[in-house]
Write a protein that binds this ligand. Structure first.
Ligand code: FAD
Ligand code: NAP
Length: 503
């Protein structure tokens, strides 16, 4: 970022026919320059480069942050489908990981910057098209994340009792579209397909003691359902082996130490693992060592006692792919899952699973498919790679679409933590700034920005939620939480959110 700033300080920018020497000047200086320029009565606002960002998750906010810092003249508007900001930081990150949500403080600073505006409750692709945004802004950055999920593509996956992790997580985190999910937790065994960090989040939430969860911002209906849950055993199933597992060590350690639970692994799954250990890169080596210790070592006396008293179990099941979700005789809900038994071809992290032809049936009453999220196209005018489920781009520049950029999971696919998303969003912002500085992106003609979009939205009966409207929602949620010893009690419907925002 520092490098980019230096670059800008040494350049000149021409806007609306006005020469602005040193675009790094603070806003007031630029305003004086523009006042005597060819813009006549136009305000600073009508002359400055205008960028709009679609989506207010980490990608949207980190892109905005970098743009605002890198150029002192850029104005950024963020459009968000929901009345509330922050994307998966609010609706994905597990309620028992409050420290991760501290990034919201940085996003709030960005949202409150004099050159940034937030327009919630605006569904881009429905309420306003990308073409309309492109007409109103010099550049449009698409950062609307990955709101779909990969499907297993096996018979029975639509049966009652089968949920995508996306919906299950959305349910316990208060995503309005998942409010009605009410998952049936009356069974003893749950199977989670996939072994990434989302799978471990779901396993932990299913097995955590209620006394831990009730101090988090998990929704009240989820808390009540989990308090009544009969789930005592969670199997986390992966198509490959321990060396290829997708979760990270912190999340595994949390499982190992989860109160009132004990691990239940299959020792044979680790047969070839010890020998491979020495060749693994360090983070994977440490992760694998923890798995080996958990699966094979006899624990010390204290840990043995803890495990013997535990009422719930969890375990990894490796080399298994879903083949079919099995139904009860009435066909109304699930009775189990048929898993193909795999062997590995190749070695190390890149080894792939090959069917052996054998299968195994596991009885269970709940299946959560956690095999990844998936971005979806929102506007037919935007190029979309359906196979990779991303927007085709080079360093965030959308291919064959001048003035259009993308960042976050929409740009890279649905992997990576918030820090990864931050870096890829900064990269996109750098590309955009480079294009403005080099003239590849023409910002010389004035653009109306939010003025024209607000008029369009008004005509269509859509009223945006501002950032200060969101702060009203935020206050109400925190007050509601206070009375029950939680950091917040989330509002669960768009209607409730809008009611609080506008009264
Ligand atoms: P998102 O966060 O999904 O943001 C996209 C935004 O776009 C949303 O606000 C959405 O409402 C909005 N949007 C969608 N469609 C439209 C539209 N048509 N018009 C306008 N707006 C739209 N990372 C960590 O570092 N730590 C964790 O603990 C962690 N936990 C996670 C838990 C889960 C369950 C998941 C799925 C991910 C987790 N991650 C975690 C990863 C992290 O959440 C992602 O790296 C990050 O959220 C990706 O950011 P994004 O902005 O691309 O997408
Ligand atoms: P992920 O890490 O990519 O894991 C996906 C899992 O699904 C893998 O085990 C994968 O196995 C499996 N899978 C994919 N396709 C499959 C198929 N067709 N059949 C069977 N299994 C399949 O994705 P995620 O868990 O959704 O997490 C997304 C990102 O968010 C990750 O980067 C994650 O680290 C991050 N996140 C972080 C945290 C945290 O920091 N606490 C919490 C949640 C999420 P293969 O490896 O064999 O493909």
């Amino acid at each position: 970022m520092e490098g980019t700033n230096k670059f800008i300080l040494n350049h000149e920018h021409r806007h609306c026919g006005t020469l602005i020497v040193n675009a790094g000047f603070p806003r007031t200086v630029v305003a004086v320059t523009q006042g005597i320029g060819a813009c006549g009565k136009a305000s600073l606002s009508s002359c400055s480069p205008k960028v709009c960002i679609v989506g207010s998750g980490p990608a949207g906010f980190y892109t905005a942050q970098h743009l605002i810092k890198a150029r002192q003249d850029v104005e950024v508007d963020i459009y968000e489908r929901l009345p509330v900001p922050f994307g998966l930081v609010r609706f994905g990150v597990a309620p028992d990981h409050p420290e991760v949500k501290n990034v919201i403080n940085t996003f709030t600073q960005t949202a409150k910057h004099s050159r940034c505006s937030f327009y919630g409750n605006v569904n881009v692709g429905k309420n306003v098209s990308i073409t309309e945004l492109q007409q109103a802004y010099h550049a449009v950055v698409l950062s609307y994340g990955a709101e779909g999920n990969r499907s297993m593509g096996v018979p029975g996956e639509d049966l009652a009792g089968v949920y995508s992790a996306k919906d299950f997580v959305g349910w316990y985190n208060g995503l309005p579209s998942c409010r009605e999910l009410s998952p049936d937790l009356s069974c003893e065994t749950a199977v989670i397909l996939g072994q990434g960090n989302v799978a471990l989040d779901v396993a932990r939430i299913l097995l955590s003691p209620i006394d831990i969860l009730k101090k988090t911002d998990i929704t009240q209906p989820a808390l009540e359902a989990l308090a009544e849950s009969q789930v005592r055993r969670v199997l986390i199933v992966g198509r490959r082996g321990p060396i290829q597992i997708a979760c990270t060590i912190k999340e595994l350690r949390e499982m190992v130490n989860l109160p009132d639970t004990r691990p239940d692994m299959v020792a044979a799954d680790f047969d070839a693992v010890k020998e491979a250990l020495k060749d693994l890169p360090r983070p994977r080596k440490r992760l694998t060592e923890l798995m080996l210790k958990t699966a094979l070592e006899v624990p010390g006396e204290k840990e043995q006692e803890r495990r013997s008293k535990a009422s719930r179990t969890w375990g990894f099941r490796f080399f298994r792919s879903p083949v079919e979700v099995l139904a009860e005789p009435s066909h109304s809900r699930i009775a189990g899952i048929r898993l193909a038994i795999n062997k590995l071809e190749g070695s190390g992290e890149g080894a792939h699973a090959v069917l052996t032809g054998e299968v195994e049936d596991v009885s269970c009453g709940l299946v959560v498919s956690s095999i990844g999220y998936k971005s979806l196209p929102i506007d037919p005018s935007v190029p979309f790679d359906s196979r990779k489920a991303i927007i085709p781009n080079t360093m965030g520049r959308v291919k064959q679409a001048a003035g259009l950029y993308c960042s976050g999971w929409l740009k890279t696919g649905p992997t990576g933590v918030i820090a990864t998303t931050m870096n890829n969003s900064f990269d996109t912002a750098r590309s955009l700034v480079e294009d403005m500085d080099s003239g590849t992106l023409d910002v010389s003609a004035a653009k109306p920005g939010s003025q024209s979009i607000s008029a369009l939205l008004e005509k269509r009966g859509v009223k945006p939620v501002t950032f200060s409207d969101w702060e009203k929602i935020d206050n109400v949620e925190m007050k509601k939480g206070e009375s029950s010893g939680k950091p917040r009690e989330k509002l669960l419907t768009v209607e409730e959110m809008l009611h609080v925002a506008w009264t």
